[in-house]
Design a protein around this ligand. Structure first.
Ligand code: GLU
Length: 148
């Protein structure tokens, strides 16, 4: 079962996210990733197949990723093999919508086909990626309105 951690505050987010994910390791996972946002810049997204140590190495224990707001995820694959690309977070083309998710989206294929017809391109095999593109499709400046 996956693990999800979020942080926003006045400290650097990445080390806190990694430490939170470490506490959730017991749940089992096959890959991990995080997205961290620094001010108005687009989020930096880092993902790694395998144990959390791989993500820690890629981010220099989080020190290489700067920003005080972020999300982290350990994935238990249900749709698509364990890989860097299929690891969460997933995002839209502009990288201004970034999601992590636990569970299964039963109707993801129908949604994916609909979005592909509208020109959306998918990079992963996951069901989760439809969420990022679907929110992009509905987003008109208000995240809550896009979700509801
Ligand atoms: N269904 C999603 C995937 O395969 C989420 C799996 C999970 O809960 O970690 O990426």
């Amino acid at each position: 079962m996956c693990g999800i951690v979020g942080y926003t505050g006045d400290k650097q987010a990445a080390p806190i996210l990694l430490s939170g994910l470490e506490k959730l390791e017991y749940r089992g996972y096959d890959s991990a990733g995080l997205a961290v946002r620094d001010g108005k810049l687009l989020p930096e997204i880092v993902k790694a197949k395998g144990r959390l140590i791989a993500l820690k190495e890629k981010t220099n224990d989080g020190k290489a990723v700067s920003g005080c707001c972020g999300i982290g995820h350990t994935r238990w694959a249900t749709h698509g093999e364990p890989s860097d690309v299929n690891a969460h977070p997933h995002y839209n083309k502009n990288k201004n919508i970034v999601v992590v998710h636990n569970g299964i989206i039963e109707n993801y294929l129908k949604l994916k086909q609909k979005l592909e017809k509208k020109g959306y391109e998918f990079v992963s095999e996951t069901d989760t990626e439809v969420l990022a593109h679907l929110l992009d499709y509905y987003y008109q400046g208000n995240p809550l309105q896009a979700i509801t």
